[in-house]
Write a protein that binds this ligand. Structure first.
Ligand code: GLA
Length: 408
């Protein structure tokens, strides 16, 4: 894919294009274009892709202004569009589901138009957020497709939201700053998908950088790029447990409420709080443990970023195991399948570290592994019940794609 060139304005369209070879590496883009043709008889006029993410360190911290260390991965959601024919209407196709729907875009869309779990709710949410910015939405036909596994803790929703946002920015001639874009997408998810998520996933999809993790301070929305190890030294591997649980189901929101209540009880923010202060505060156990997790996890993110900068993969790996233990014991967001996979990874010589990634309750683990140990890790994770194991690389964030660069 096309890298960023120095001084290039990330918001100018359509300069940031993928190379001709993109459709080879982003199959979703080809499927989305095909669906636009097959279902609506249209050739793409606008297109955008946004990556999923894997979080290397710092989970259940973003929604209380903590630190996270994710990377954007080489699995994308693609959204393509062309002028529609009916005013006040947007037709949308979900290529991978073979489904279409028609949204009425006037009057402006409001939550509840579609059930929170429906894929169309994400589209409606993004449209509504553009409308709240007084965007003039032309009649549009849109198709989406994704190579980010859905519901696997790899931020498939954020990838879709951000890809749609970049598409609508083109269609409405309303370019957004990547941070503004991420916030718009987060609001859409809150309002239309009913998930009180933090900002990590949307920011990573918007701002990813090839070869780097993003050290994000979620209170200040400040991002630092931290170089990842050379793939000859260590590879990032994702192992999918196959267990799926929707974040709208309530466990995620409960964890968020516990962290927020603990933060309020401790003076509003967990940044400068110590373990000893938490122990002394006499909080209910759930809040106390949530606070202890956030404090420890923030420290691990800082230490992890330092370890990466120093090229100390062994140190980073041991922090990953500690992080998993904290997510399991203090936050209670792991499950047997994830614990089994982390334990299996730990037994493989050449695995530096492993932990659950994302919200938990199922989904994926992430491991850092010497490339020579990859075959053994794949074998043992599969034996441990993994439904998919793959190495991922860190890629650039969302981008518009020029229709001429689409080869399908
Ligand atoms: C989900 C949310 C994120 C974050 C993680 C847990 O992915 O979308 O905002 O809270 O869970 O770290």
């Amino acid at each position: 894919m096309g890298g960023r060139t120095p001084g290039q304005d990330r918001h100018a369209y359509p300069d940031r294009t993928f190379s001709k070879g993109l459709s080879g590496s982003c199959p979703a883009l080809g499927r989305a274009c095909q669906a636009l043709r097959d279902m609506f008889g249209r050739a793409p006029r606008f297109a955008a892709v946004a990556p999923g993410r894997v979080n290397l360190m710092g989970d259940h911290t973003d929604y209380v202004g903590g630190l996270v260390l994710p990377m954007a991965i080489d699995r994308w959601c693609a959204a393509v569009g062309a002028a529609g024919t009916r005013r006040g209407r947007m037709r949308v196709a979900a290529a991978d589901l073979g489904q279409t729907l028609e949204l009425r875009t006037t009057p402006p869309m409001s939550p509840g138009t579609l059930p929170a779990g429906h894929w169309g709710a994400y589209v409606a949410g993004i449209v509504a957020r553009f409308q709240s910015r007084r965007a003039v939405l032309p009649p549009l036909d849109v198709a989406v497709a994704t190579d980010v596994p859905i519901g696997a803790g790899l931020a498939s929703s954020a990838a879709m939201e951000v890809a749609l946002a970049v598409l609508l920015e083109q269609a409405c001639a309303l370019p957004l700053d990547p941070i503004e874009r991420a916030r718009l997408c987060q609001q859409a998810e809150w309002e239309f998908a009913g998930v009180p998520c933090g900002i990590m996933d949307q920011l990573t999809a918007a701002l990813g950088r090839a070869g780097h993790a993003l050290l994000i301070d979620c209170a200040r929305l400040a991002v630092e790029f931290v170089p990842l190890p050379d793939p000859g030294q260590a590879v990032v591997v994702v192992g999918d447990s196959g267990v799926r649980r929707s974040l709208a189901e309530g466990e995620y929101a409960r964890r968020r409420r516990a962290c927020e209540a603990a933060a309020r009880a401790l003076g509003g923010c967990l940044h400068a709080i110590t373990e000893a202060q938490v122990q002394a505060a006499g909080l209910p156990p759930v809040q106390r443990d949530a606070a202890r997790h956030v404090i420890g996890e923030n420290a691990r993110v800082r230490a992890g970023a330092d370890a990466l900068r120093a090229g100390d993969v062994a140190r980073f790996g041991s922090l990953m195991f500690e992080s998993h233990a904290s997510l399991c014991d203090l936050m209670g967001v792991s499950c047997d399948a994830l614990d089994r996979l982390v334990a299996a990874a730990r037994q493989v010589a050449g695995v530096w570290g492993a932990r659950l990634t994302g919200a938990g309750f199922g989904g994926c683990i992430v491991a850092l592994v010497h490339p020579d140990a990859l075959p053994g890790l794949v074998r043992d994770l599969q034996a441990g019940g993994c439904v998919g194991v793959y190495a991922v690389r860190a890629v650039e964030g969302a981008t518009a794609v020029h229709p001429c660069s689409m080869t399908t």
